[in-house]
Design a protein around this ligand. Structure first.
Ligand SMILES: [Zn+2]
Length: 280
C-alpha cells in the first residue's frame, strides 16, 4: 500500500542531503542555500547577507595574496596548569581532540603575508578550537605577532573570534589580557599600526583586551561583539535588552567600532586603512 512520507522522514532526507554537503538552511533567514553558492560568495548568505564563520585558512585565502602566508611559531603547545577536568572529561583530552580535528596546536595562528604586494603580520583566531578561547598560547602568539611586526616594521592585523578567556587555564588565561594589552603599548611606541577585524563572535576577555585596542577597529556585519553575552546580562539586570544589542551595527553607533565592512570588500578596505596609517 502506498504510504505517504511522514514529515519526519522528509526532514531526515533533508538532513541527509545536508550531510552530503549539497545545501544548508540559512541560520539567519532560513532560506535554502546551496553550499557551492555559499562558498563562491565567501560564506555569506546570498539571500540575507549573514556572514558565516570562517576558519583561519579560509581567512588567509580571502585576505592575503595567494601563497604569500608563512606561518610562524606553529608548534607552541598549551599545558594544563590546573590539571583541569570537568563534566567527565579533562582539559588535556579536549585539547588533544581539537588539535587533531583542526590540525593546529591552539586557537590562534600567526604569520607574515602579503596584501596587494605589501607585507603584514597577521594573527587569526580559530573559533572552532575550544571556542577561540584565550589561554597562554593565544596570548603568547599574539605577543609574538607584535614582536614580528616590530622586527620587520610591518603593520599588525588581527582577526578576532572568541568566546573569551580559557577558563580551564584559570589565572594564566586571565593574565593574557594584561600581557597582550602591554605588548600593544610597545607596538605603539614603535609607531606601527595595529588593525583589528572583529568577527562573529568576539566576546569576553578578548573583547576586554586586544580586540578593542585597534588603531582602527573593523567589524564584519551582524557580528556579536560584547563582553558578557546578552543572555547573561538580561538575567543579571532583569531587563529586556534593545534589539540588535551587541551587534556590529549597535557597536558602530556607540563608538566601539570604526567601520563595518562586508567580507567581499575586506581585503581592499584593509589595504586602504593600512596605507592611510602607515608608509611601508
Ligand atoms: Zn540567510
Amino acid at each position: 500500500m502506498f504510504k505517504r512520507k511522514s514529515k519526519k522522514v522528509s526532514e531526515q532526507d533533508k538532513k541527509k542531503d545536508d550531510i552530503k554537503g549539497l545545501w544548508k538552511k540559512c541560520e539567519k533567514c532560513a532560506n535554502v542555500i546551496y553550499n557551492q553558492e555559499l562558498e563562491q560568495n565567501l560564506r555569506v548568505c546570498p539571500a540575507c547577507g549573514y556572514h558565516y564563520q570562517l576558519n583561519p585558512y579560509e581567512r588567509i585565502q580571502i585576505l592575503l595574496d595567494p601563497d604569500s602566508f608563512k606561518e610562524q611559531d606553529e608548534n607552541i603547545s598549551p599545558v594544563d596548569p590546573l590539571n583541569f577536568s570537568y563534566s567527565g572529561t579533562t582539559y588535556k583530552a579536549k585539547l588533544k581532540e581539537s588539535q587533531i580535528n583542526y590540525n593546529s596546536k591552539d586557537a590562534m595562528i600567526i604569520g607574515k603575508g602579503k596584501i596587494f604586494g605589501k607585507s603584514i603580520e597577521l594573527g587569526i583566531m580559530d573559533f572552532r578550537f575550544l571556542g577561540g578561547s584565550m589561554g597562554s598560547v593565544v596570548g603568547e602568539k599574539f605577543v609574538r605577532g607584535v614582536m614580528y611586526a616590530i622586527k620587520y616594521k610591518i603593520p599588525y592585523v588581527v582577526i578576532s573570534a572568541s568566546g573569551g578567556a580559557r577558563m580551564q587555564e584559570g589565572m594564566v588565561s586571565l593574565m593574557q589580557m594584561a600581557k597582550t594589552s602591554a605588548a600593544l603599548n610597545l607596538l605603539s611606541d614603535h609607531n606601527i599600526p595595529y588593525v583589528v577585524i572583529l568577527t562573529h563572535p568576539t566576546t569576553g576577555g578578548v573583547t576586554a583586551s586586544f580586540a578593542m585596542l585597534g588603531d582602527i577597529i573593523i567589524a564584519e556585519p551582524s557580528a556579536l561583539i560584547g563582553f558578557a553575552g546578552p543572555r547573561v546580562i538580561e538575567q543579571t539586570i532583569k531587563q529586556k535588552l534593545p534589539p540588535g544589542f551587541q551587534s556590529s551595527e549597535f557597536q558602530l553607533d556607540h563608538g566601539f567600532v570604526d567601520i563595518i565592512v562586508e567580507r567581499k570588500n575586506l581585503k581592499e578596505t584593509l589595504f586602504k586603512v593600512l596605507n592611510y596609517l602607515y608608509d611601508w
